[in-house]
Design a protein around this ligand. Structure first.
Ligand code: IPE
Ligand code: IPE
Ligand code: MG
Length: 247
C-alpha cells in the first residue's frame, strides 16, 4: 500500500499539526458539584458553560469537527430526576445557542438514537439541525443517547439487509463499507479523543472511530475545562508522533 491513510493529520497553514476532528467525553460534572456541596445539576449547568467555551475555542482554532458526548445510551440508568435535568439543560442549550450557531456558520449534527427522547426535544433537535444544514463552517456534533456498540450493530444490520436484498455482495463488506454505515460516515476521521475527570475508559464512545485516534486523559473536571485547557490538549496532540502502523 502506497497511499497515505485517510486518518493522517493535516497541517495547519504549515505550522503545528492541528487535529481535524476532536471528540470529548465530558466527564466530572457530578464530582465538580460534590466538591462544592452543590446538587449534581449545578455541575451539569457549569458543564454547559464549558461546552460554550470549548466550542468557541475550537472554532477560533479552525478545528473542522468537534464531537461532544452529552448523553450515553447507558445514562438512562441514572435516577429519573437527573435524566430529566439533563434533558432540560439540553433543551435550554439548543434554544439559547442555536442563533449563535446559525450566525457563526456552524453545522449542528447529532449522532446516537436521539429519537428515543421526548417528541418535543426530538422536534427541537431536528429543527436546530435543519436551521444550520446550509452552513458550511465547523461541524458541532452532539452525541445523544449514543452508544458505539449499538452504532456498530446498526451498521451490521443495515449491511445484512442489503445483502439479503441482493444490493451488496457479502464478500464486498470491508472496513470502508462498515464505516459508510456509521453515524459519523461524513465526518473527518477522528484525530484526538479527550476524556476529562481522570477516568481512563471509553464508556462506549466512538469505539470504531478511535482505532487510530490519539487518546488524551486529563484530570480536569469538565466544568473547569476552558479555552486554555483545550489549547493544551491540542498542543499535546501536535507533539505526538502518529505512525498508523508504519515507521
Ligand atoms: C458527565 O458528568 C455528564 C454526563 C454524563 C451527562 P457526570 O455526571 O458523569 O459527572 P461524574 O462522573 O458523576 O463526576
Ligand atoms: C460518559 O460518562 C458519558 C458522557 C460523558 C455523556 P459517564 O460518567 O456516564 O461514564 P461512566 O459511567 O463513568 O463510565
Ligand atoms: Mg461520569
Amino acid at each position: 500500500m502506497s497511499s497515505r491513510p485517510a486518518t493522517a493529520p493535516v497541517s495547519a497553514g504549515g505550522s503545528a499539526l492541528l487535529p481535524r476532528h476532536v471528540a470529548i467525553i465530558m466527564d466530572g460534572n457530578g464530582r465538580w458539584a460534590k466538591k462544592r456541596h452543590l446538587p449534581r445539576i449545578a455541575g451539569h449547568r457549569q458543564g454547559v458553560e464549558a461546552v460554550r467555551r470549548v466550542t468557541r475555542a475550537a472554532r477560533a482554532m479552525g478545528i473542522e469537527a468537534l464531537t461532544l458526548y452529552a448523553f450515553s445510551s447507558e445514562n438512562w440508568r441514572r435516577p429519573e430526576d437527573e435524566v430529566s435535568d439533563l434533558m432540560g439543560l439540553l433543551r435550554l442549550f439548543i434554544r439559547t445557542d442555536i442563533d449563535e450557531m446559525v450566525r457563526e456558520n456552524v453545522r449542528l449534527r447529532v449522532i446516537g438514537d436521539y429519537r428515543r427522547f421526548s417528541p418535543d426535544l426530538v422536534a427541537l433537535v431536528e429543527d436546530a439541525i435543519a436551521r444550520t444544514a446550509a452552513n458550511d463552517g465547523p461541524i458541532l456534533v452532539i452525541a445523544l443517547n449514543y452508544g458505539a456498540q449499538a452504532e456498530i450493530a446498526a451498521a451490521a444490520r443495515r449491511l445484512a439487509e442489503k445483502a439479503r436484498d441482493g444490493t451488496i455482495d457479502p464478500a464486498m463488506i470491508d472496513e470502508a463499507a462498515i464505516e459508510a454505515e456509521l453515524d459519523t460516515s461524513d465526518l473527518p476521521p477522528l484525530d484526538l479523543l479527550i476524556r476529562t475527570s481522570g477516568e481512563i475508559r471509553l464508556s462506549n464512545f466512538l469505539l470504531w472511530q478511535a482505532a487510530y485516534a490519539e487518546l488524551l486523559f486529563v484530570d480536569t473536571l469538565w466544568p473547569d475545562f476552558d479555552a486554555a485547557t483545550f489549547a493544551d490538549a491540542v498542543a499535546a496532540f501536535s507533539s505526538r508522533q502518529r505512525r498508523f502502523g508504519g515507521l
